[in-house]
Ligand binder design. Structure first.
Ligand code: ADP
Ligand code: MG
Length: 560
């Protein structure tokens, strides 16, 4: 029986969950769903780490509580970014598949507002929205929030982080005073307490304790090797530790696919797990992984979220995650249930400084280890090869070929034949093109520059904003009024960037970014101190994508 049926959900909804492969509620779902259904309407606070299934914790009760025969908007879900909003809307659409009249719309900045206005003319019971765009729509009277019964502030900490406090205040003032407010968040900064005090009364609360940040059973290690050598390096670890069982994290779907294919073609039991597989395919991969017919799963962060496997010896990182917080989630998949685990990152020399960042941020110490030398794997690969030969059954084709060639070997003894066979195979087993030493020097950056010439800065604009490196430099250059030629290195990350500016501009460049907005959220730009002091805010940023129409600062795309 599907365990969701015990939580008070309708059978219609449980049926859908069966189809979606949701069999067992997560902890936050287990505790939140009965509360929300049993005390309707009530204010609610749900605190649980990222990836614990908070969307379904509010989405499933909503689908059951909303009257899909009534055409007006009954639930409003606020989401910090376009991506998260779209994900949430998609999940809600899935959950409401059996409610034919229930319509979910998602609105966000950076896309044409007219299409969203048009879409909202249909009866829309649930609106998922980023705050900036929703405010715009309210001002244009394109949404009617008079009958909203439920307001969900999803990823509340993120929304505050991104500067949406005022927008949320304004939006809430347009909703009926008599409404249920549900707040979900991974963390509980003081600003959230203020919101709770101001907008909620006697909220019910579910708090799931965060996994211990520094799990003592996990050892954190890294090797330093060229990007092109990451795969050969991984092979050496796999060869020397055949009992290894783990997940290797990659950043993109294409990467997972490529690596899994490369490793499979070399005879390793690996498979890729990523978001573009169908649910059925994913289930199959997971089944094989659980039954141990797959040794190493190659996965993206998103796809690996649902993985519930306890006895992993290793978590491997082909690339470190864009967001360092994800590192904790990744590595937390090993070292469970009292067993020891290893989290091993494959780092190229340029990524080296991210290890230092990680050490500071999550308070762990990394051990630098060497990629095993070619000598140590030769023996192991030969052993594996021998084992394979011994366990192979000679089939009729082999029998036939044997008869036709046995004469050729007549003058050789068994030991001669074996030695020749080894000699002919050794190049194949330990490929001659494989470099013997795959280790790179720590900090050996390809281009040595005078670091002391630059100050380093942070800005909460990154690749999700659809800007290239050049465009970010152009954007910052324009606002800071510092010519682009005085910029040093720029490290573009998903949600933020770090860049250098010549020290002659030591004065307060950051102050020029005060009150600068990008699509309804405040831009944050600040100098990164070179001392060991951590910048105050450790939160990740997930800015909304793209620019607002009326934002004139959008840099022109350069011709390439
Ligand atoms: P959060 O909001 O807490 O960060 P999400 O709600 O986005 O987490 O859920 C993370 C992932 O886990 C999603 O892909 C979701 O489909 C999946 N998921 C959530 N609950 C379950 C469940 N009970 N069974 C299987 N998968 C689930
Ligand atoms: Mg969420």
């Amino acid at each position: 029986m599907n365990e969701f049926s015990k939580l008070g959900l309708s059978t219609t909804t449980v049926d859908i969950l069966n189809q979606l492969g949701f069999e067992k509620p997560t902890q936050v779902q287990n505790e939140a769903i009965p509360l929300l259904l049993g005390n309707d309407p009530c204010d609610f606070i749900g605190l649980a780490q990222t990836g614990t299934g908070k969307t379904a914790a509010f989405g499933l009760p909503l689908v059951d509580l909303i009257d899909s025969d009534e055409p007006f908007t009954q639930a409003l879900i606020m989401s910090p970014t376009r991506e998260l909003g779209q994900q949430t809307a998609m999940q809600l659409e899935d959950f409401s598949l059996n409610h034919k009249n229930l319509n979910v719309e998602v609105v966000y900045g950076g896309a044409a507002i007219v299409n969203q206005i048009k879409a909202l003319r249909k009866p829309t019971q649930i609106i998922v929205a980023t705050p900036g765009r929703l405010l715009d729509l309210i001002k244009r009277k394109s949404v009617n929030l008079d009958y909203v019964k439920y307001v969900v502030l999803d990823e509340a900490d993120e929304m505050l982080n991104m500067g949406f406090k005022d927008a949320i205040d304004q939006i809430l003032s347009h909703t009926p005073g008599k409404r249920a407010t549900w707040l979900f968040s991974a963390t509980m900064p003081p600003e959230i307490r203020k919101i709770i005090k101001k907008y909620m009364s006697n909220p019910k609360e579910v708090t799931i304790n965060r996994e211990e940040k520094s799990n003592k059973d996990i050892s954190h290690k890294y090797v330093m090797t060229k990007t092109a050598n990451k795969l050969p390096a991984l092979r050496r670890f796999l060869d020397l530790q055949p009992e290894m069982r783990g997940v290797m994290f990659c950043r993109t779907r294409r990467e997972t696919q490529q690596i899994a294919e490369d490793l499979s073609s070399l005879g390793y039991n690996t498979e890729a797990l990523h978001g573009e597989l169908s649910q059925q395919q994913r289930d199959n991969v997971m089944k094989r992984f659980k039954s141990k017919s797959i040794q190493l799963l190659i996965a993206t962060d998103v796809a690996a979220r649902g993985i519930d496997v306890n006895d992993l010896t290793h978590v491997l990182h082909h690339t470190l995650p864009d967001q360092l917080e994800s590192y904790t989630h990744r590595s937390g998949r090993t070292g469970r249930a009292g067993k020891k685990g290893i989290s091993l990152a494959f780092i190229n020399p340029r990524e080296g400084k991210r290890i230092t960042e990680l050490e500071r941020k999550i308070q762990v110490k990394f051990e630098h280890i060497e990629v095993p030398g070619v000598e140590s794997i030769r023996e192991q690969r030969v052993k594996n090869w021998v084992a394979e030969i011994v366990s192979t059954n000679a089939d009729p084709t082999a029998e036939e070929i044997y008869k036709s060639i046995v004469g050729e070997f007549e003058h050789l003894s068994k030991s001669d034949i074996l030695k020749k066979l080894i000699a002919s195979q050794i190049d194949h087993l330990v490929r001659s093109e494989e470099e013997s030493n795959l280790n790179e020097k720590v900090g050996g950056s390809p281009r040595q520059r005078d670091k002391s010439k630059f100050n380093r800065y942070f800005i909460n604009v990154g690749s999700v904003d659809g800007m290239s490196r050049a465009e970010i430099i152009q954007y910052v250059s324009k606002i800071s009024r510092v010519d682009a030629k005085f910029f040093g290195e720029l490290s573009l990350q998903k949600n933020c960037s770090y860049f250098e500016i010549d020290k002659r501009y030591d004065d307060d460049i950051s102050s020029r970014f005060k009150n600068i907005h990008l699509d309804g959220r405040s831009i944050r730009m600040n100098r990164e101190d070179r001392s060991d002091r951590e910048p105050k805010s450790k939160k990740k940023f997930r800015p909304e994508r793209k620019f607002h129409k009326k934002d004139h600062r959008k840099p022109k795309r350069r011709k390439r």
